[in-house]
Ligand binder design. Structure first.
Ligand code: ZN
Length: 473
């Protein structure tokens, strides 16, 4: 058993493929102006009754299947009672006794994280604290979010470190993106986490409401450190609920832990029980695509690319699709390397997704083809790739027009190298005296002269060769 035990409750907003809120007709996505997207149902006016949006169940079923869960025979909702301004009815409609999915797991490659449950629930309203929670003179409430659909995925305390948690979330994110039920560019993953360490006899400390990937990992890391330190100083670690201060990067005490029972769950009387039939499960099953893990294995088997490249490609559905198209026309190993390193770097720099960039795939593959044949240098190809990520253009024509072809004439390249040596006699002497880095300086000179159109490797070879000849003379 590990030294650290972490369990996560991850809330994922179903912000893709759903047109209305979970129990009313309010349109999604909500307009940005606060409190313009609500109705008597999601504001819990007396007498207003919820009607369940079946699309939420379809999405949830797909996820429960993709997470290898057992599926409940019926979809049943309960009321979770608590009094807080973000909840106009004073209860949240959720699933309690009978979650949609039970069991299941997420495979991290080297280990599996078991799941307790997967269930559907509505999101409360958003509380806005101008100037930050600690400083705000008042709190505003935006009911646009009230009643939007969420899925909660609850793990067993199988996660053993903050890094493990990040891996788990990465895998989960890839799954919900593959399923087309979540868009990370407009949504956030939120998590509650419980953490305990062996030194305290695994006394559970819960951290509430951490928002976003990076913060979840940081919160887990810092809370683990805090507990380890406390244990080291012989301090008691008490069962409690803590908050996460992203600004100070530390957790703080909120309250002593309440039990689930304090929420006073009762079955929701205004919603009918829905039978989940075999047909419904079959239909959802058909809509579960080949997921990242399986895809990675197939890519590495079919195209003989390294498992590492295959995994990196498969984590992003669009990237994997692009790779398969490219692999039909160029060497797959070459395509895999370029796409997962250079394309991903370009996208990261511009903070965009491949899909959002609307890459002209034909031109991108053409660019890779030219590069593969040696018609372009890596430097030029990278520049063209960046340009292509912004807008489409005819790569071949552009290369011709701007004379960007790699210097392929060996005689010409040799002449340029000689010139660089003659122009920099001192550097050449440095090299002969054993200063290896002098060689890179000369290569740089040739690159500058050719505007990056000389191939670095070839240039280096020629210069080294010329200098050695010089020494032998
Ligand atoms: Zn509404």
């Amino acid at each position: 058993m590990g030294n650290v035990k972490i369990g996560l409750e991850v809330h994922i907003s179903l912000n893709k493929g759903i047109r209305t809120k979970m129990f009313c007709g309010c349109k999604l996505p909500a307009k940005p102006e606060p409190n313009t997207n609500c109705c008597p149902v999601c504001l819990a006016h007396p007498g207003a009754k919820p009607v369940f949006n079946r699309q939420v169940l379809k999405h949830a079923l797909k996820l429960a299947i993709a997470l290898n869960c057992g599926i409940a025979k019926q979809a049943i909702f309960s009321r979770k009672t608590y009094f807080y301004p973000d909840l106009p009815a004073n209860y949240q409609i959720t699933q309690y006794e009978f979650p949609l999915g039970t069991g299941g797991y997420v495979d991290l490659g080297n280990k599996k994280v078991s799941l307790k449950r997967v269930h559907m629930e509505e999101d409360p309203a958003a509380l806005i604290h101008p100037g930050g929670v600690g400083n705000a003179a008042f709190t505003l409430i935006d009911y646009n979010r009230a009643g939007t659909p969420l899925i909660e995925v609850v793990t067993e305390p199988d996660i053993e470190s903050a890094e493990d948690a990040r891996e788990f979330l990465k895998k989960l994110l890839s799954i919900v993106e593959y399923l087309g039920i979540y868009d990370n560019s407009t949504g956030t993953m939120k998590a509650d986490a419980n953490i305990s360490i062996r030194e305290s006899g695994y006394t559970r400390v819960e951290i509430k409401n951490i928002s976003g990937f990076k913060e979840i990992e940081s919160a887990l890391f810092h809370e683990t450190e805090r507990q380890m330190q406390a244990a080291g100083n012989n301090e008691m670690i008490i069962q409690e609920t803590r908050g996460w201060d992203a600004l100070l990067q530390k957790t703080y005490q909120m309250r002593k832990k309440e039990d689930e029972d304090d929420y006073g769950y009762i079955a929701e009387p205004n919603l009918t029980v829905i039978d989940i039939t075999e047909e419904m499960i079959d239909e959802a099953n058909k809509e579960v695509p080949e997921l990242a893990q399986k895809k990675a294995k197939r890519l590495s088997d079919n195209y003989s690319i390294s498992p590492e490249d295959a995994n990196a490609l498969a984590m992003d559905m669009e990237l994997a699709e692009l790779f398969e198209k490219a692999a039909k026309e160029i060497d797959p190993v070459f395509a895999a390397r370029w796409l997962r390193k250079e394309l991903v770097a370009v996208m990261k720099q511009s903070k965009r997704k491949i899909k959002a960039a609307k890459f002209d795939e034909k031109q991108l593959i053409l660019l890779l083809k030219m590069l593969e044949k040696g018609g372009l240098t890596d430097v030029t190809a990278r520049e063209l790739l960046e340009r292509l990520s912004k807008k489409s253009f005819d790569v071949e024509e552009y290369v011709k027009k701007h004379e960007l072809e790699a210097v392929s004439d060996k005689g010409e390249l040799r002449r340029l190298c000689s010139e660089a040596i003659e122009d920099n006699p001192k550097v050449a002497d440095d090299f002969k005296a054993g200063k290896e880095e002098a060689l890179n300086f000369l290569v740089g000179k040739v690159m500058k002269k050719t505007k990056g159109k000389a191939k670095a490797g070839e240039t280096k070879e020629i210069i080294a060769d010329l200098l050695k000849q010089g020494t032998e003379k």
